[in-house]
Design a protein around this ligand. Structure first.
Ligand code: PMP
Ligand code: GLN
Length: 384
């Protein structure tokens, strides 16, 4: 393993899912649903294969049906207009879009600001691009993880190339507010920065929270690459269909990198996701309402078991603090959890550059059947 990747071993998700399998635990670690997405979308993928659509290399930017579905989605939901021929790129999940954006836009030595705790592929991809990551830490305040805008401002230097945003935010469940996004946007314009924004949880927001793409703010369309994917929104995480939208020059840079990573993304699923993006609002509303009930179910269970719970405004994760159990080390806590009570979770400490910052935080997912969540909650009560 080369020096760039030396600090990145097995991802925590693979490690913890393997632990769940080997111990027969309830897996509330890695975020993947235990119920597949809509039948008619699965049928659409089968039909595409049978009809010979996408069985041979599809077009590099993605099949036109999906590119148009993505641009229609951005326009109808957010008022963002993109050209489906030049301003959209279909990728192998959001993961590839993130990698290709960083590889295509970052010069060696450039600094990349990322909200910490950050999704683990960010650090590895910044490293692969030869960049330097500069974390800005979200801190709990009044039950919510909050971005300190002064800290963000102070993190910008002459070497800063871009801000890598994520909202709704994994793992904290924070949804950046209009005011926070406006301030980030104003800073990006003032300091002439690019923004790459990971919005894979755009449809998973709760209560009165609202997802607002930062590309909608003044001066941002031309400096923002917006990334999303079908995995979370349609409960087909194994299909790995993602996309990036942005001004032509930016998307061309991402596409140049993508050409040499995967060349193109798998074809038949693209046709199916083109259909999925056109599902009626009832699908999106029902999906969100169902997850909100699951959030409440798991949050109640975690509180009853003695965890300190940070109520998420979005995503399907709940971050907790395990200090009420006299625990200080989230990683050790998660390693021992299967044996103690047959549950697997993710230690947030691995998502921090300074592990002390998130030392006692543990993340649980609630994208599971209600009886699975109830079973996990009753097992966790054995901890006290
Ligand atoms: N970004 C975030 C914040 C995530 O939680 C995930 C996990 N799915 C991804 C990106 C990766 O998405 P995909 O599976 O589409 O590659
Ligand atoms: N995004 C999911 C999570 O955060 C799974 C990601 C992965 O397995 N790489 O748990």
């Amino acid at each position: 393993l080369n020096r760039r990747l030396a600090e990145f071993g097995t991802t925590i998700f693979a490690e913890m899912s393997a632990l769940a399998v080997s111990t027969g635990s309830v897996n509330l670690g890695q975020g993947f649903p235990d119920t597949d997405g809509p039948d008619r979308i699965a049928e659409a993928a089968v039909r595409a294969i049978r009809d010979g659509r996408g069985n041979q290399y599809p077009p590099g930017p993605g099949v036109p049906e999906l590119r148009t579905a993505v641009t229609d989605h951005q326009r109808e939901r957010y008022g963002l207009a993109y050209d489906p021929d030049t301003e959209v790129l279909v990728t192998a999940g959001a993961t590839e879009a993130i990698a290709a954006a960083l590889l295509g836009l970052v010069e060696p030595g450039d600094e990349v600001i990322a909200l910490e705790p950050y999704y683990d592929s960010y650090a590895a991809c910044v490293a692969m691009a030869g960049g330097t990551r500069v974390p800005v830490t979200l801190r709990p305040r009044g039950g919510r993880f909050v971005l300190d805008l002064d800290e963000l401002r102070d993190a910008v230097t002459d070497r800063t190339r871009l801000i890598l945003l994520n909202t709704p935010h994994n793992p904290t469940g924070t949804v950046l507010t209009r005011e926070e996004l406006a301030a980030i946007a104003a800073l990006a314009v003032e300091r002439d920065l690019l923004v790459v924004t990971d919005e894979v949880y755009e449809h998973i927001v709760f209560d009165d929270s609202e997802h607002i793409p930062i590309a909608t703010f003044p001066g941002m369309r031309e400096r923002t690459v917006t990334i999303s994917s079908a995995g979370k929104t349609f409960s087909f995480t194994g299909w790995k269909v993602g996309w990036a939208t942005g001004a032509q020059g930016l998307v061309t840079a991402v596409r140049t990198a993508k050409q040499y990573l995967t060349y193109v993304s798998a074809g038949p699923f693209q046709y199916a996701i083109a259909e999925a993006l056109r599902l009626p609002d009832a699908y999106f509303d029902g999906f969100r309402a169902d997850l909100q009930r699951k959030r409440d179910l798991l949050a109640d269970g975690l509180r009853a078991a003695g965890f300190q719970v940070y109520q998420p405004q979005g995503t399907y994760f709940i971050t907790t603090d395990v200090t009420p159990f006299g625990e200080k080390d989230a990683y050790a806590f998660c390693r021992a959890l299967p044996e103690r009570c047959g549950v697997v979770a993710i230690p947030n400490s691995v998502f921090y550059d300074d592990p002390d910052a998130g030392r006692s935080q543990v993340r649980f997912t609630f994208c599971k059947k209600n009886d699975v969540l109830q079973e996990a909650a009753s097992r966790l009560r054995r901890l006290t």
